[in-house]
Design a protein around this ligand. Structure first.
Ligand code: 5AD
Ligand code: SF4
Length: 473
């Protein structure tokens, strides 16, 4: 069967912000006749939506591009031109270098300008039509602006349905300048979308069948937008507005900063029914000295106090975090304080990284960079404690019944994968029609990273669908 639409393949690296951006790029390109494809083979347009947060991103990008160039050449010989694009944070940080080292790339654009894709695609198509077939040069489009206009005001409505669980970007960029982090340089200054725009997008998502919303931002709880009359709206106010939407079952947000965990926000975790008992709250390190050098502006004890307050209003809340080991100047004693904090708090899952000096950040210029072998050992030690905590957390739910929102298909046939309120990944053998539903699941076993269970049948086997509908109601 010949495809009538142009095939668009987007490969997404990094954080959920990039996941959101990729979905919105599809929305922008859809009216131009593009439809999403799962494979780069034969695609008419390929976008690599890149992440610059840790090392090797740039080298990895060039090796990916080398491979894609072959597909682009093949397509040019067989059935026309492919547009090859690099988007995201590596594009923002290394745009000129990409156009220099990979001249066959057609367009390089940063995270704040993808609303301009129709114009870029038109320019690339013109350049392709005008070029001499033997030329390897791409269209040479480079847009790494931080435009005054916000992309959010220019983006079209959603074209594709989002399934049961969707991201909604409410805030972008960061003014905190943690000394290890490139985000303030690649995503730009902190920007909060106006309340009404967010509510409009949220309502559209809900109307398309979304039941779980995850509000996104680099510093999501620093949100400070405005309502219609220009009055400032805090992140907590926004949560209460969103919580009123019809049909909303589950509400989450990520990524938050401990400095903005206000008492109001903590209270909201106890008051808003749809708020899920899970929070990702990066601490990065346990030593006050290191936290100060990182410019995090809180102490280990202040972090512990936030956790205590959260657990007071929501005792079952599951906590996850990010850690960096081997930050410049981190001594063995500092590292032990990170381990101590982990043991005091107890996390349900975590992400831990070896410090990677990012060009242009203050951390990269600091003296006393930690030797790689030392950082590797600390990472291993930290990860073994965190893994043990995650496993214990998972095991604690064996035998319990949890409502699971099935939003993905499992690797095996007949298997669905969903999330518990606590963000466990739960695998269940279940009929396909339960995709997108929230169903009670009895947890049978726990692995290091996931749970398996079976649908609470009750009368399900006999009455089939009816019982499921009852659980759902
Ligand atoms: N080196 C290592 N890890 C980093 N992160 C951010 N910048 C760096 C860096 N330079 C980690 C932090 C952050 C997560 C998204 O990535 O832990 O919370
Ligand atoms: Fe990076 Fe710190 Fe901003 Fe998070 S708060 S995006 S770690 S600078």
């Amino acid at each position: 069967m010949t495809k009538t639409k142009k095939q668009l393949y987007i490969k997404t690296f990094g954080c959920q912000m990039n996941v959101y951006d990729s979905v919105r790029m599809k929305d922008v390109l859809s009216p131009l006749g593009y439809e999403a494809s799962d494979s780069p083979e034969g695609a008419d347009m390929i976008v690599l939506n890149t992440c610059h947060i840790r090392e090797k991103a740039t080298e990895k990008l060039f090796s990916d591009l080398g491979r894609l160039k072959k597909l682009k050449d093949k397509k040019a010989k067989e059935d026309g031109e492919m547009i090859l694009a690099v988007a995201g944070c590596v594009a923002q940080a290394e745009g000129k270098e990409i156009t220099r080292r990979a001249p066959y790339v057609d367009m390089v654009f940063g995270p704040q300008v993808y609303h301009r894709l129709p114009e870029m695609v038109a320019r690339a198509t013109r350049a392709h039509a005008e070029k001499n077939p033997s030329q390897v040069k791409g269209a040479g489009i480079l847009d790494i602006d931080f435009p005054v206009e916000s992309k959010f005001d220019q983006l079209p409505e959603e074209f594709e349905t989002r399934g049961a669980s969707a991201f909604l970007s409410i805030q972008e960029g960061c003014d905190k300048f943690c000394t290890f982090c490139v985000v303030p340089y690649t995503r730009g200054a902190e920007y909060s979308r106006p309340l009404e725009d967010i509510l409009t997008e949220a309502k559209r998502l809900m109307a398309s069948g979304v039941r779980e919303l995850t509000l996104l931002g680099q510093n999501v709880n620093a949100y400070h937008g405005q309502n219609k009359s220009g009055k400032e709206v805090t992140f907590t106010d926004l949560l209460y507005h969103i919580a009123e939407l019809d049909g909303l079952e589950r509400l989450r947000y990520t990524t938050s900063h401990p400095r903005e965990m206000t008492q109001d926000l903590i209270r909201a975790h106890g008051e808003i029914e749809a708020m899920m008992p899970y929070l990702h709250l990066p601490v990065q390190a346990g030593s006050d000295r290191v936290l100060e050098a990182m410019n995090r502006k809180y102490t280990g004890d202040e972090y512990r106090k936030i956790i205590d307050d959260l657990r007071a209003v929501r005792p079952d809340i599951a906590l996850s975090s990010d850690f960096i080991v081997g930050f410049p100047g981190e001594s063995e004693k500092d590292f032990q304080e990170t381990l101590k904090l982990v043991k005091d708090v107890v996390f349900s899952q975590s992400y831990s990284f070896k410090y990677s000096p990012r060009p242009g950040t203050p951390g990269a210029l600091m003296e006393l960079q930690v030797e790689d072998a030392v950082a590797s050992r600390r990472l291993e030690e930290l990860q073994s404690v965190l893994d043990a905590q995650q496993f214990a957390f998972n095991e604690a739910y064996v035998g319990q019944t949890l409502p699971v929102l099935f939003d993905r298909r499992g690797k095996e046939k007949g298997q669905l994968l969903g999330r518990s309120p606590y963000m466990h990944s739960v695998y269940v053998t279940a009929p396909e029609r339960l995709f997108g539903e929230t169903i009670n699941v009895k947890i049978q076993s726990a692995g290091p990273k996931s749970l398996t269970g079976k649908i609470v049948t009750g009368e399900y086997d006999k009455k089939d669908h009816l019982e499921i509908e009852r659980v759902n109601a």
